[in-house]
Design a protein around this ligand. Sequence first.
Ligand code: NAD
Ligand code: IPM
Ligand code: MN
Length: 351
Amino acid sequence: PQSLKLAVIPGDGIGPEVTAEGLKVLEQATPADVKFEPTRYDLGAERYLATGEVLPDSVLEEIRQHDAILLGAVGGKPNDPNLPPGILERGLLLRLRFELDHYVNLRPSRIFPGSISPLADPGEVDFVVVREGTEGPYTGNGGALRVGTPHEVATEVSVNTAFGVERVVRDAFARAQKRPRKKLTLVHKTNVLVHAGSVWWRIFEEVAREFPEVTTDYMHVDATMIHLTTNPSRFDVIVTDNLFGDIVTDLAAAVTGGIGLAASGNVNPDRTAPSMFEPVHGSAPDIAGQQVADPTAAILSVALMLDHLGLDDAARRIEDAVVADLAERDPATKRSTAEVGDAIAARVAGS
Ligand code: NAD
Ligand code: IPM
Ligand code: MN
């Protein structure tokens, strides 16, 4: 059988709880001629607090040798004096995205037949956000002067290279081209962020000429918040920068059934390093350890991983099982994280 090496980083808070369910479902979905060999990495808050290690270089190089990465979530308890903000987010999660060149952060949003949208009449919603994953304000380019004084100055400079923008815009066009509606919306703030905006806009227009079948439009990010809540069905593919994409996808998750359903892939389309799949949500310290987190986002992230690895049938079986489970969810009946995982795994096994 084909053997695939899977790096598993359960992480912090609800990360380990939802990852366990993702792996449970993966086991049932794996085709007979494929074998996943998982390696578990105990990276996250606990290891940092015990050893000071966030992501040792040797561990990064080991992870690099895998075919894919499954991540739960990272982030410790809020305001822990021993855990400075950003240590894990930047040092672990963003370092993986940057080092492994995950320039396409793929975040699909769909209202499934059983999803409960807070919108009264959302219509048919099925869009995907292609969020840039390696640049923007996330690069750590900035600093602070006169810290702690009334004259403190802090900068966080957004990095937008023609190379980085073009590769993600091209990927978004190619995805739009393959979808029935073939529509791509650039989301930015070109009316204010004129330097970054002009490189995004120019490259978007240039690449558009290579995809004449794709209908394009542009929307400022603030107005995007309006349209996402009043008429989300208008979107097909959205391409945007790293920070706007972060914000847009939490709202997209909320309007399409909740953060507990939102899956993502940090994709290296050139396959020079493993791609990484994870829920859009974080470690949710407010509900960690209680077996109440919804593992569906982690389970759908496994489906995105299977798609990426070319195991499309297995991915569809998971999605179908999730859709069937959602259709029978009753908000009055509370199930534990493991019960939801068991139910979806059983459906996959029976399909
Ligand atoms: P969060 O996504 O962890 O939680 C936001 C809200 O959504 C909370 O009320 C939480 O209980 C709820 N929620 C999240 N996932 C859920 C699930 N599966 N089922 C039910 N409810 C769920 O965001 P936050 O509170 O802003 O961040 C908490 C920590 O996670 C921070 O340290 C942050 O940096 C980190 N974070 C990590 C990732 C990641 O690893 N990819 C993503 C986002 C945030
Ligand atoms: C996400 C998270 C991360 C991001 C943080 C934790 C670095 O919010 O995956 O959406 O901003 O990308
Ligand atoms: Mn986020």
